[in-house]
Design a protein around this ligand. Structure first.
Ligand SMILES: [Zn+2]
Length: 327
């Protein structure tokens, strides 16, 4: 149609600015009003060819009731055709043309270029605890982060602006760290407990009869609930000895209790935590502590020379007949 219009207007010396083309195809008009780079190659080339001849705003939409060509192309009965004003008189003059803005959803237009979108979900494998060398510092950093998140989610009156962290905030951070730790190292045990309410025999730690506390932390089941001991002592938190968090906790206890030795450390550890094979970790922490190395370092000793006979043999005549000074 654009070629025909172009040729006819050129031959008849009609300015194309005064020419309007009408189409009943919303899809074709949708293509024309879409940027060619978003269309498939064939359609994009056709669109460029049309728009080069006729400006896009001179291509308009005509609905079926207003389209005289519809009667001829789709067919109609003689009775309807005889009475059709549109067929015999043609369209209305330009002053009565409908001013309509054709709204076409881009998603409903066929032959659009499909945009490949690759989404990569990244499960953070990095252990956040590995960035820290101090357990107390780790807890405090996590607490400040949660303070910020909670404040951002709360309304102004509910926000906390204290410069000090509360015990509840520190405990909540500990809980989060333990949960992250156990999700990483004990996912099988957690899944088994959540689904079957018990750890399968085939899964390690089964012999501990682990339980989940109210926060979802895996703890030793044990037989001491009636003992009067604290909840942490009855049901210590299960930790993996190879995790950095475990090292931080042992190191924290070691320094907190004035560089406690391995035996005391094992006792302190058992009050809150359960680690299989913790003794080796505890020894390593104690052995590698710089302060402990300096304090308990063995001093060098030299081999003493032989004692002179006058100092070890009885005096021949009188005591103190022969004397000497050792300096
Ligand atoms: Zn030490």
């Amino acid at each position: 149609m654009s070629k025909l219009l172009s040729t006819v207007s050129r031959e008849l010396n009609i300015d194309l600015k005064d020419v309007f083309a009408w189409s009943d195809s919303t899809i074709a008009l949708g293509w024309i009003n879409t940027s060619p780079h978003r269309l498939k190659t064939y359609v994009a080339n056709r669109v460029v060819s049309i728009v080069d001849r006729i400006p896009a705003n001179h291509l308009r939409h005509v609905s079926s009731p207003d389209n005289p060509a519809d009667l001829g192309s789709r067919g109609t009965t003689a009775g309807v055709l005889v009475k059709s004003q549109l067929w015999w008189s043609g369209p209305q003059p330009p002053d009565y043309w409908p001013v309509q803005k054709l709204q076409i959803q881009t998603t409903s237009i066929p032959d659009m270029k499909s945009t490949a979108l690759t989404i990569e979900t990244h499960q953070p494998n990095e252990d956040i605890t590995s960035r820290f060398s101090s357990f107390s510092r780790l807890i405090r950093v996590i607490s400040w982060m949660y303070r910020f998140i909670n404040n951002a989610r709360s309304k102004l009156p509910d926000r906390v602006f204290s410069s000090q962290l509360s015990v509840q905030e520190l405990q909540a951070s500990e809980t989060v760290l333990f949960k992250l730790h156990q999700q990483h190292f004990m996912s099988k045990q957690l899944a088994s407990l959540k689904t079957k309410m018990a750890v399968s025999v085939s899964i390690p730690l089964h012999s501990l009869h682990p339980i989940l506390d109210c926060h979802g932390i895996l703890r030793v089941g044990g037989r001491l609930p009636q003992s009067g001991l604290s909840y942490n002592q009855c049901h210590p938190v299960i930790l993996h000895k190879k995790a950095h968090l475990s090292k931080l906790i042992v190191h924290h206890l070691h320094t907190d209790y004035f560089h406690a030795g391995p035996t005391l450390l094992m006792g302190l550890l058992a009050q809150c935590y359960y680690m299989i094979g913790a003794r080796r970790l505890v020894r390593n922490i104690s052995r590698n502590c710089v302060v402990c190395q300096k304090t308990y370092a063995r001093t060098s000793s030299e081999i003493m020379g032989e004692l002179p006979s006058a100092r070890i043999m009885p005096a021949p005549v009188h005591p103190f007949l022969a004397t000497s000074t050792c300096y």
